[in-house]
Design a protein around this ligand. Structure first.
Ligand code: FAD
Length: 382
C-alpha cells in the first residue's frame, strides 16, 4: 500500500475493538474493502458486560451527533446520564446535575445491546470482513493497528453483579479507595458495576476493590447478586506520529485515551474512523494531521490535568469537588476543565521534555504491528 491506493485495495486492520471497527466502517464508506483480524473468538473479549461511560463533555455538541457524522450508528444501548453523586475521602457526598447528558452509559462485551456487538453488526451489514481467532503480527502492505493497550498506565478492578437496587451513578475520589484515581458504582435496570480505577500501587488492587465495596455499601447499601470479578488496564502514552509508513495506529494502541480518567471509547472511535478514512483516500499523512488537530490538544490538556491530579492528594480532591458549582451545570464545568489551553500545552511540553510523561516509541523500520523484530535494537547497536 504505497501512495494512492487502487479502487480495489483492501484496508487491513488488526483488532476488532471500537477503533478497528470504526476504521473498517470508514474504509467501507469510502468504497474500499475492509478486512479486520481479531485474535479472540468474538468482539468485546476484553470486557465482560461491564458498564462504561461514553463521555459527552469534551465538545459542546453531543457525542452521538459526532459519531453519526462519521457514519457510526448509536444502535447500542446508551443511557443518558444527567445526575451523579461524588464522595470525597471523608465520605461526604455531593450531587451534581447537567442539562445535557454528561455521558452515556454503555455496556462492553459481546452481549446483546453492547457497544461492541452493535459495532460488529453494523460492520458486517456494511460488508466488512472480520476474521476471528486470527491474530495479526505484521501488516506488510500497511493498514491500521487497533490492538488496544500494550502498556498499563492505569488499571481497573471491579465486580459486575445483578441487583434490585435503584438506578444511580456514584463516584469517589480518595487515595484510600483508588490511589490517584477514582472508584465508581453504576447501577442501571438491575445490573451493577463497582470498580476501583488505580493510577498507582497496582499491586494492591484487590485490597482497594474490597475497600470500595465496603465504602459504597456503607454509603448506599450495595446489594450484589451473582458478583463476578473483572479487570483491565489502560494506555495513555502518546506517540509522536501514530504512523510508521503506511501503518497507522489508532485507539488505545496509539495511547489515544483521556489520561486524566481513562475515558477512551470516544477517542478510539474518532481516531479509528480518521485512520480508515485516510488510508481509503491513499493519504496516510492525512491521518497525522487529523489526529493532531482533533485529539492532540485534548490529550495534552488531559495529560496536564493528570500531572496536577497526581499531586493533589485527598485534601486536594476534596477541595476540587467543593469548587464544582452547587447549582450550575456539571457538564459545563467538566467541559471547561478538559478544554485545551495554551498554558496546558506549554506545561505538557515541559513535563514531556523532563520525561515525566513518557511517549510511545514506534520504530519506523519494520512492519510489525507491535514491534517484536528487534530490528531497531540492531540498528542502534544494542
Ligand atoms: C475496566 C475498564 C473500564 C473502562 N471504562 C471506560 C469508560 O467508562 N469510558 C471510556 O470511554 N473508556 C473506558 N475504558 C477504556 C476503553 O475501554 C478503551 O479506551 C477502548 O476500549 C479502546 O478501544 P480500542 O478499539 O482502541 O481497543 P480495544 O477495545 O482494546 O480493542 C482491541 C481489540 O484488538 C484485539 N487484538 C489485540 N491484539 C491483537 C492482534 N495482535 N491481532 C488481532 N487482534 C488483536 C483485542 O482482542 C481487542 O478485541 C475502560 C477500560 C477498562 C479496561
Amino acid at each position: 500500500m504505497t501512495g494512492r491506493m487502487s479502487s480495489n485495495a483492501v484496508i487491513e486492520i488488526s483488532g476488532a475493538g471500537p477503533a478497528g471497527l470504526a476504521a473498517a466502517l470508514a474504509a467501507r464508506a469510502a468504497g474500499q474493502h475492509a478486512l479486520v483480524y481479531e485474535k479472540r473468538g468474538d468482539v468485546g473479549g476484553r470486557f465482560h458486560g461491564d458498564f462504561q461511560g461514553l463521555e459527552n463533555w469534551t465538545t459542546r455538541d453531543d457525542v452521538l451527533d459526532e459519531l453519526a457524522s462519521l457514519g457510526i450508528d448509536a444502535g447500542f444501548e446508551h443511557i443518558p446520564i444527567h445526575d451523579i453523586v461524588c464522595f470525597d475521602y471523608k465520605g461526604t457526598g455531593k450531587s451534581f446535575r447537567s442539562r445535557q447528558p454528561l455521558f452515556y452509559l454503555v455496556r462492553r462485551g459481546a452481549q446483546p445491546g453492547s457497544l461492541d456487538l452493535a459495532l460488529k453488526q453494523q460492520a458486517l451489514e456494511k460488508g466488512v470482513e472480520i476474521r476471528f481467532n486470527t491474530p495479526a503480527s505484521r501488516l506488510p502492505d500497511g493498514g491500521v493497528v487497533t490492538e488496544g493497550p500494550h502498556r498499563a498506565d492505569a488499571i481497573a478492578a471491579g465486580y459486575l453483579f445483578d441487583t434490585d437496587m435503584a438506578d444511580g451513578i456514584y463516584a469517589a475520589v480518595s487515595d484510600y479507595l483508588a490511589p490517584k484515581g477514582y472508584a465508581y458504582l453504576l447501577i442501571n435496570q438491575g445490573r451493577g458495576t463497582l470498580a476501583t480505577c488505580l493510577f498507582d500501587d497496582f499491586h494492591n488492587e484487590r485490597q482497594y476493590l474490597e475497600r470500595c465495596a465496603a465504602f459504597f455499601d456503607d454509603k448506599i447499601g450495595v446489594r450484589m447478586d451473582n458478583p463476578r470479578r473483572f479487570g483491565g488496564s489502560g494506555n495513555f502514552s502518546l506517540p509522536r506520529l501514530a504512523r510508521k509508513g503506511n501503518i497507522l495506529y489508532a485507539g488505545e494502541a496509539a495511547g489515544f485515551q483521556d489520561p486524566l480518567f481513562g475515558f477512551g471509547i470516544r477517542w478510539a472511535l474518532l481516531s479509528g474512523a480518521a485512520a480508515g478514512q485516510a488510508l481509503a483516500k491513499g493519504d496516510p499523512r492525512r491521518y497525522v494531521r487529523l489526529w493532531k488537530r482533533r485529539l492532540r490538544p485534548y490529550h495534552q490538556a488531559a495529560a496536564t490535568n493528570r500531572w496536577f491530579y497526581d499531586r493533589l492528594g485527598n485534601r486536594g480532591y476534596s477541595l476540587t469537588l467543593r469548587r464544582f458549582p452547587k447549582e450550575g451545570d456539571v457538564r459545563d464545568w467538566v467541559h471547561r476543565a478538559y478544554a485545551p489551553r495554551l498554558w496546558k500545552r506549554a506545561w505538557y511540553h515541559l513535563v514531556v521534555s523532563r520525561r515525566e510523561i513518557p511517549l510511545l516509541n514506534l520504530h519506523e523500520d519494520c512492519d510489525c504491528t507491535w514491534c517484536r523484530c528487534k530490528r531497531h535494537m540492531q540498528a542502534a547497536g544494542n
